[in-house]
Ligand binder design. Sequence first.
Ligand code: 5AD
Ligand code: SF4
Length: 441
Amino acid sequence: MNVYDSERMGEALNAAGYQSVNVPDEADMVILNTCHIREKAAEKVYSELGRLKKLKDTNEDMIIGVAGCVAQAEGEEMLARAPTVDLVFGPQTFQALPDMLDELADNRADALAENGHIKKAKGVVRTSFPAEEKFATLFETPRQPLVRSPAAFVTVQEGCDKFCTFCVVPYTRGAEVSRAAVEIEAEIISLAQKGVSEITLLGQNVNAWHDEAGGDIGLGQLLRRLAEVAGIERLRYTTSHPRDMDEALIEAHADLPELMPYLHLPVQAGSDKILKAMNRKHTAADYIKLVERIREARPDIALSSDFIVGFPGETEEDFTATLDLVKQVTYAQAYSFKYSPRPGTPASEDPQIEEDVKSERLARLQELLNAQQVHFNKAQTDETLDVLFEKQGKKPGQMVGRSPYLQTVHVDADETVIGKILPVKITKAHANSLSGEILGS
Ligand code: 5AD
Ligand code: SF4
């Protein structure tokens, strides 16, 4: 979601005459887009700002901005603590960027007139945005996508009403809102015309997406419509909640060859007691049954999940239930975290698990998950996978793409492969990627 928001900032700035550069040293403006889903985010931002201050010391005109949820939470505080910052703005206020820049230019002109230099110019803070207005501007303004890749993100849903007891998202991103199907379709047609062939639909709770206009349709029906768009060869969506995985969506996995066989379906934990305390509103058995149903519809589907270890009240037995669930489901990929108490969320007020217990459990879980990931990747050796090539690799003559299962695939080839979907014979599997040869080349 933050990658997408950063892209939208790039688009807004492009319209205001800016172009992107590769390193901060070459930039007239640097924006840090931040997330505070887990703790220490603010500290990381301030230490990064310390590094940027050195650049600004050599280029007084440089503009430094902080965007996203850390900016939202810190507000005016941030200008006081890091005077090097010029812009502070909350999530999804990117439409207002040109406006904020005008205001900053005025403040700098005032400072120059008063003090003879711009150093003490007042920074611009935009953290309060009425929810309705936010969604209206977010979704109604026609996009001018800066298409650099054949794979693009499109936000279809925002916010979350689930209130898992560990999570700040319902407070920071607000209530669930779905974007209208006609607008999504129009954006995807325009992206396809610009050469995009893979779309990932985004939402904090993407499978809660629905559109009441013209009959209440859900994500499954939306995917069927989008699969018809000329030029769209691959569809993905993320992130899903198990509770919103309805039959129509599962059937879309069975019927649509465009819908890629990869699903990020966070379970968080394997103990029913912990799942209840997390307010997930499903049991481990419900999740396993759901996975079985999805695999019935699409037998080769690769699954991914998020896990939290050391949630308040988690005993060794509860943690073992998480390991057992992982062994039963088997994942192609996963993200796992130590529970991090977030101010204002219910679980942060409960007695906490000791840090070293959390660390030890995380290490054990990651060992199992990594072994499953390596096993999944190794199983592709000697197989032929369709790879959509997205960009050049780090090594000369190397191109990088994605398999249907979202694995990164490296081949030796020239740039002409970018944007194409080509069959690749996998020759080597690594922990985080695959290498292979394009067939027929
Ligand atoms: N502590 C640890 N992990 C968290 N996540 C969300 N909130 C917390 C928290 N307080 C994880 C969840 C979620 C992912 C995006 O981040 O696993 O699915
Ligand atoms: Fe957070 Fe996801 Fe739970 Fe919503 S469903 S509260 S975003 S973890």
